[in-house]
Design a binder for this molecule. Structure first.
Ligand code: PAZ
Length: 310
């Protein structure tokens, strides 16, 4: 009788604990947990601060044996760029991985057996390489991957719970563009949806609001920064402030899809201010993260100082 495939959703939002009960943890989680524990112990023992940066989009499968999934625009540039500034690093591999500046464009064949870096780029590459090697040597960067919403949420819960021992010395910089909607596994069809059955109408459930348990239970002493993306400028500040009030963390950074690389708005309990690149800075390839990160480092310093005075 149906002309289309219909997958039913619900208006009820399940609570975060239920999400973890009804979804199976990713296979890679135990290995990632071991890596994070080692990393956190090492730097905690050295009295260092650690920043968790989440970045990139999450996919949402529409079939259990997944052929198709929904994705979003985020390429993870915000997080990759931000990760370099606390260490005052020059770009790493992100600058050599796009199709417009593929790393192969920087290389030349010297002879039949050898390749070398094109001298035009060698100065810049040398300084990137030096800083990259320093980070590797000092083991100050741990990269973990996620693809699906479920990969992300399980990983977020585990990493924050491991980092809770750092108390105020941990910063959580939540820039990932996490899906707001998903289809729970038990409501998903098992096999590839057949186009012979006609058009497809999808109805999805809302993803639980994980910022609430993160702020209240997982890392209550941590310094927490979340991002808010909007496309309608008239909503940006009000929606960002609403998130800050709802979750009770320290900062929301608001940004618009079209101008996110040029300006952001900082919303704190008692302030609101913009960080913006000037025309000259844009011409000089200055990145907005070079303004965001020092501002956050200052605010994190104050957070730690206040905690020490208590
Ligand atoms: O990944 P990217 O650099 O292309 O974009 C960054 C961003 C816009 C995803 C990030 O700044 C952000 O706003 N993240 C939160 C999105 C949200 O859930 O509202």
């Amino acid at each position: 009788m149906t002309m289309s495939n219909i997958l039913e959703g619900t208006n009820e939002i399940i609570n975060p604990d239920t999400y973890f009960q009804i979804n199976s943890q990713p296979r890679t989680l135990p290995d990632n947990e071991i890596k994070v524990k080692e990393f956190v112990n090492k730097h905690d023992n050295a009295g260092r601060r650690i920043v968790l940066i989440t970045s990139g989009g999450t996919t949402v499968p529409i079939e259990n044996n997944t052929v198709r999934f929904l994705d979003n625009f985020s390429a993870g540039t915000r997080g990759a760029t931000s990760a370099e500034y606390p260490f005052y690093l020059q770009p790493f591999s992100r600058h050599y991985t796009h199709s417009t500046n593929c790393f192969l464009d920087y290389m030349e064949l010297k002879d039949d057996d050898n390749i070398e870096v094109n001298p035009k780029y060698s100065q810049k590459m040398k300084s990137v390489l030096k800083k990259y090697q320093k980070v590797k040597q000092e083991d100050t960067l741990l990269l973990l991957n996620f693809v699906t919403l479920s990969d992300y949420l399980f990983l977020l819960r585990s990493v924050t719970q491991i980092m809770t021992c750092l108390k105020e010395r941990a910063m959580y910089y939540l820039a990932a563009a996490v899906s707001d909607f998903f289809i729970p596994s038990q409501k998903m069809v098992q096999h590839k949806i057949q186009s012979a059955e006609g058009g497809l109408t999808l109805s999805m459930d809302q993803v639980p609001k994980f910022l609430k348990p993160l702020v209240t239970n997982w890392v209550p002493e941590g310094f927490i920064v979340s991002f808010k993306l909007e496309t309608d400028p008239s909503l940006l500040v009000s929606k960002s402030r609403q998130a800050l009030t709802k979750y009770g963390h320290q900062i929301v950074i608001g940004n618009l899809l079209t101008t996110r690389k040029l300006e952001v708005v900082f919303i704190t309990k008692d302030s609101e201010f913009n960080l913006k690149l000037s025309e000259q800075e844009v011409k000089d390839d200055v990145e907005i993260e070079s303004k965001i990160i020092p501002e956050l480092v200052k605010k994190h310093d104050e957070w730690i100082k206040n905690a020490e005075m208590k």
